[in-house]
Design a protein around this ligand. Structure first.
Ligand SMILES: [Zn+2]
Length: 257
């Protein structure tokens, strides 16, 4: 068991990527094209609780959207400064700077380096209490023309779930489209729990070239991939967690809450 941003997620025990691949095949999750996710003329908005979430859940979508000249916006809710509590190697200010830079590197690997980024600078690990602030940021930036992508409402990480709730309320008020994407949920939940509704799921396939670029982009987040000798903690994102995001497709959920 490991601490993650002050919250407890069992990093060493979880559901395998193979189990979810089997679930995807067993339920024959319908495939959609980019136009089925972000129709021409619509803007794609990714709302990311922490640097790396945007690439893990939607790096392939971002690459496809920018390649097709869709307008894209990334709303970075926090700067991820709380990923290494008590570390002597990583101070919060150092993490905030490095993790923001890691996102920029990852986006450039996906050829999405020129998309607009809005940084809300809200406190990492405290988004439950900051939910009204998230809503204010979203109300300022979202429009009815947006397709909003955010974490899944049951993702298991309180910051992710707070972002999902805020996105749901603001997108609903605006009548904007909303898609949720599990991140920690793939690891923390099991297909047997039936928490992820397969009837709401869409599968966006991407070509081999984007698949490879997404895997490379994930490895831009070096701060999350290496152990911390000063605390003895393992990587925040060990290989068995990363494997959930190495598929040549991404799964999005419609109409949650
Ligand atoms: Zn996160």
């Amino acid at each position: 068991m490991a601490a993650l941003n002050g919250n407890v997620i069992e990093i060493n025990r979880g559901t395998s990527a193979r189990s979810w691949r089997d679930w995807t095949n067993r339920h024959n999750i319908p495939s959609v094209t980019l136009a089925g996710v972000v129709p021409p003329g619509k803007r794609l908005v990714i709302v990311s609780p922490h640097p790396d979430d945007e690439i893990l859940c939607a790096g392939g979508l971002l690459a496809l959207a920018t390649a097709s000249q869709r307008e894209c916006l990334l709303i970075a809710v926090t700067n991820g400064e709380a990923s290494h509590p008590d570390s002597l190697a990583w101070s919060p200010s150092c993490l905030a700077a490095i993790r923001a830079r890691e996102t920029e590197i990852a986006l450039s690997i996906l050829h999405s380096g020129r998309i607009q980024i809005v940084r809300a600078n809200l406190p990492d690990g405290c988004l439950n209490a900051a939910e009204p602030c998230i809503q204010s940021v979203l109300e300022k930036w979202l429009t009815p023309n947006d397709v909003v992508v955010c974490p899944w409402q049951n993702d298991g990480h309180p910051d992710h779930e707070a972002v999902a709730r805020a996105c749901f309320h603001v997108a609903n008020d605006l009548d904007a489209s909303l898609l949720q994407a599990p991140i920690w949920g793939w690891h923390a939940c099991s297909p047997d729990e039936k928490l992820i509704d397969q009837s709401a799921a869409l599968k966006l396939n991407f070509p081999r070239e984007i698949w490879h670029r997404k895997k490379t982009a994930i490895h831009a987040f070096r701060s999350q991939l290496e152990p911390d000798p000063s605390t003895g903690a393992g990587p925040i994102l060990p290989t068995h967690v990363l494997e959930h995001f190495y598929n040549p497709y991404e799964i999005f959920l419609r109409g949650c809450q």
